[in-house]
Design a protein around this ligand. Structure first.
Ligand SMILES: [Zn+2]
Length: 525
């Protein structure tokens, strides 16, 4: 991993590597200008819901939104309403009619399933302009150290570093890279991402999906503050690991996520014991605030260690199978049944978009596939939905703010078209086309085109096509410093990245090209 840049900015975030594996199914995603409003009740099939399309029943106070539909909290599900008042959820109930904010709210009959915005606990967001057309394993690996020195992989890392302004590169698109990665999550219902973007804590990370491991994650009363999520995408040095234990002690870190045990061999397995002894005080990282990212190589002994210390797992099955199972051997992933037997908390995460899953919906379907084919359905749809909502919120120590639908929590939510008779299974089966509405911090940022009047009007939203369904996305924001680039539209972000990739290729620094830009989504066949 010598080519990967390290950064330590307040909270430690290290850019690095990993991957994902699956089948490319083509995509459609066309930007078609911008508009401030759309026709209420436009047609299309934004989600194959049983009761038809989502419809705006009434346009009212833009800061009050009442959603009707099938509600997943996700602990329970029922036909009901979710009332949003400014940035918070004000009511979740069969009826919110008695709430003051309901009186002048915009009312939406979603005819769909309303659930908490999904939370991604592990991604390498700056790499999400790439896919497996840019790099794919030359063999099936047994350890995460096996592939990082491959020439083509190194060339891809060089391209990312060039665009991200690393090592004195004259190009600086870290805002665009991060926002493009956030949009890939957002259009699939993800509202918070541990993305390990570098450099850390830039103002431009403050919009779209929450950059939950950055100070601008929107969860502080102040405009910006220290977040308490610490993520390491490489094995930490002794001093770095000691720093985490110090942060545990003084409360600066409430959640620690670290790549450990990625691979299938003994060397990968031994990383857990190395993590125990890397600190001056042995085992000070072995406690409930630590989440092990991957643990692919772990056997019963290692899982016992996790269970005894109440540590958690972040699981990326598609990435594991792509790297360690030649893209096809689904047994080459973390022993989730073994983890479940021991009561280990598990979150699901895409890792990155190279090799398959572009987002958490893709990852949910893949996890369900493995579970059905190899494990005899030990994972219910309810458990899978918890792995992308309430459980990751707990692992990030943010369960008081995100991850559930409950009064007083942040209004981060998503509406998905599907069958209310099997709501959890509908979420697991959903693709980005079925995502009807996404709200972050009370702002409607994405959805089916007929819902665009709910979006911010200043400076407005853009139309785009996702898998032959007309959608809108609201990317540009007023305010911010000039270098925050908050005023950028999606069209401008995409063009900047496309042009930069083409210019990089034209420099002929390697034998490989990295344009075109990987699309926002892959569509079902
Ligand atoms: Zn990773």
């Amino acid at each position: 991993m010598a080519r990967v840049a390290f950064h330590t900015v307040g909270v430690l975030t290290l850019a690095a590597v990993s991957a994902a594996g699956a089948c490319d199914q083509g995509e459609t995603q066309h930007l078609s200008g911008s508009a401030h409003s759309a026709t209420v009740g436009a047609g299309g099939s934004g989600g194959q819901g049983q009761g038809g399309e989502a419809v705006i029943v009434e346009l009212g106070n833009p800061n009050h939104v009442l959603l009707r539909g099938w509600v997943l909290t996700p602990d329970e599900s029922f036909a009901g309403e979710v009332l949003v008042e400014n940035d918070l959820i004000a009511c979740v109930a069969a009826s919110c009619a008695d709430q003051p904010a309901a009186a002048d709210a915009s009312v939406v009959e979603t005819n769909g399933i309303i659930l908490p915005g999904m939370i991604d606990t592990h991604n390498h967001i700056l790499f999400n302009i790439f896919d497996e057309s840019d790099w794919t394993p030359s063999q099936s690996y047994t350890n995460h150290l096996d592939w990082t020195d491959e020439a083509r992989y190194a060339a891809m890392v060089d391209a990312k570093q060039h665009l991200n302004g690393e090592f004195s590169s004259p190009v600086n698109l870290n805002c665009e890279l991060d926002k493009y990665g956030e949009l890939k999550g957002l259009v699939a219902g993800t509202t918070s991402i541990v993305g390990a973007a570098t450099p850390g804590n830039k103002g431009c990370y403050a919009t779209l999906a929450r950059s939950i491991d950055q100070s601008s994650n929107g969860l502080c009363d102040m405009q910006s503050c220290d977040d308490k999520v610490q993520a390491h995408t490489l094995f930490p040095s002794a001093s770095t690991a000691d720093g985490v234990c110090t942060n545990f002690g003084d409360g600066d870190t409430e959640a620690y996520l670290v790549h450990i045990g990625e691979g299938t061999d003994q060397e990968a397995r031994d990383e857990l014991e190395s993590l125990r002894t890397v600190t001056t005080t042995d085992g000070c990282l072995f406690e409930p605030r630590t989440t092990i990212v991957h643990g692919t190589a772990f056997g019963a002994a290692e899982l016992d260690v996790l269970a005894n210390a109440t540590m958690a797992l972040s699981w990326s099955p598609r990435s594991n199978v792509f790297l360690y199972g030649a893209g096809t051997d689904k047994s080459k992933t973390t022993d989730i049944p073994g983890a479940l037997d021991r009561g280990i908390r598990i979150a699901l995460s895409p890792d990155w978009s190279i090799g398959g899953s572009q987002n958490l919906l893709d990852e949910l379907r893949f996890a369900d596939e493995i579970d059905g084919e190899l494990w005899g359905d030990v994972l219910s749809p309810e458990m899978l939905v918890a792995m992308v909502t309430s459980t990751p919120a707990e692992l990030l120590a943010l369960e008081g703010q995100i991850g559930r639908l409950a009064p007083g929590l942040k209004a981060d939510l998503v509406v998905i078209g599907g069958d209310p008779a099997s709501p959890y299974a509908s979420v697991v089966a959903a693709t980005p086309r079925e995502v009807r509405l996404v709200m972050v911090d009370g702002l409607v940022l994405y959805g089916d085109d007929q819902l665009q009047p709910l979006g911010p009007t200043d400076p407005g939203c853009e139309a785009l096509d996702i898998c032959a369904r007309a959608k809108f996305v609201c990317v540009a924001r007023p305010g911010g410093a000039a270098d925050d680039k908050l005023a950028q539209t999606f069209a401008e972000i995409r063009t900047a990245l496309e042009e930069a990739l083409a210019a990089y290729d034209a420099m002929n620094l390697s034998q490989w090209d990295f344009a075109p830009l990987t699309p926002l989504v892959r569509c079902p066949q």
